[in-house]
Design a protein around this ligand. Structure first.
Ligand code: AMP
Length: 307
């Protein structure tokens, strides 16, 4: 696996791949990799010839009082995990090169970033779209994979790609969950054992809303309340939002007649977690907990209790 730190070197590597007719698949991450990230790598691998993963804890997408400084980092463990799944290149942009003094250009997607996480994190998505645009210009991917766990991020990136004519196919990846349903997240590492136990309430709340939907409920407010009532009763948990929104526009809906999502953000202790569940009138398959993907060597890379 080639480890690349400079933008120019990344661009030359990408040019070489393209020159040899190889399709580039790209998975941007903030590191502290878990099996959710790994599933994205596998999807990229299935759609491209060369796979690039980036690890960059992007300061622009953290608010002033958020966890940028203490965001979990484990570069050695991450490198080992990526080697074990035969990633071709690991891109590690340096913050001082990505955001040099005088940096003043940002990419902003407007409407879809206003609601949901945009309410409590008003500058977050601008940071995400700016860094993803920069990463796309460095890695030059044909296809990039984003997790459905960060649903609003996926919709925002899709909008940016359409609006700015990026020549990149955006592929969504299913949410990978722990056996009890908690969506895998690097931030789960912040949870105490009691909080980790309580955090299962988020998936339970989504499952209940989905069960009501599968039983025929289509009133968004009632579906929302099913999830919110369950979460309100969960220990150590405080709701940031529970909303039912259109899956494409992210606008609130009254009745679920087209694909919608129940989106949740909740603090468990002081850790803010997000999750969501699709409500598709065309097919109401249960939001099954997804068992971790078996990857033999991956397990050996656990260096700090992350896995
Ligand atoms: P992050 O490192 O948190 O920025 O995430 C990098 C990518 O991994 C994003 O596209 C996320 O949506 C995706 N991702 C994170 N957790 C999961 C998960 N549990 N299942 C699927 N994708 C995920």
């Amino acid at each position: 696996m080639q480890v690349i730190e400079s933008v120019l070197e990344m661009q030359r590597w990408a040019d070489q791949q393209r020159g040899h007719g190889r399709r580039i698949g790209f998975v941007p991450t903030m590191g502290y990799l878990h099996r959710g990230h790994l599933s994205l790598v596998e999807i990229a691998r299935s759609r491209a010839d060369s796979v690039v993963v980036s690890i960059f804890v992007n300061p622009l997408q953290f608010g002033a009082n958020e966890d940028f400084q203490r965001y979990p980092r484990d570069l050695e463990g991450d490198r080992c995990k990526l080697e074990s799944v035969a990633v071709d290149a690991l891109f590690l942009p340096r913050s001082d090169e990505f955001y040099p003094p005088g940096f003043q250009t940002q990419v902003e997607v407007e409407r879809v970033t206003r609601g949901l996480c945009g309410v409590s994190r008003p500058t977050h998505f601008r940071g995400v779209t700016t860094v993803v645009a920069k990463l796309f210009l460095a890695v030059k991917p044909h296809v990039a994979v984003f997790g459905l766990k960060d649903f609003q991020q996926l919709v925002t990136i899709r909008r940016m790609v359409r609006d700015l004519n990026f020549d990149v196919e955006i592929v969504p990846a299913p949410i990978v969950r722990e056996p009890d349903g908690l969506a895998m997240s690097s931030r789960n590492a912040y949870l105490s054992p009691e909080e980790r136990h309580a955090a299962r309430g988020i998936f339970e709340a989504l499952t209940r809303a989905h069960a009501a939907f599968a039983a025929g409920e289509r009133a968004a407010q009632r579906l929302r309340d099913v999830a919110a009532d369950h979460l309100s009763a969960a220990p150590l948990t405080r709701i940031d939002y529970v909303e039912v929104v259109d899956a494409e526009t992210l606008e609130p809906v009254q009745t679920v007649e087209r694909p919608a999502v129940v989106a949740v953000a909740a603090f468990v202790g002081s850790t803010r977690l997000i999750d969501n569940c699709l409500l598709d009138p065309a097919g109401v398959a249960q939001p099954a907990t997804q068992q971790p993907i078996a990857v033999s060597h991956f397990e050996q890379c656990v260096t700090e209790g992350n896995g």
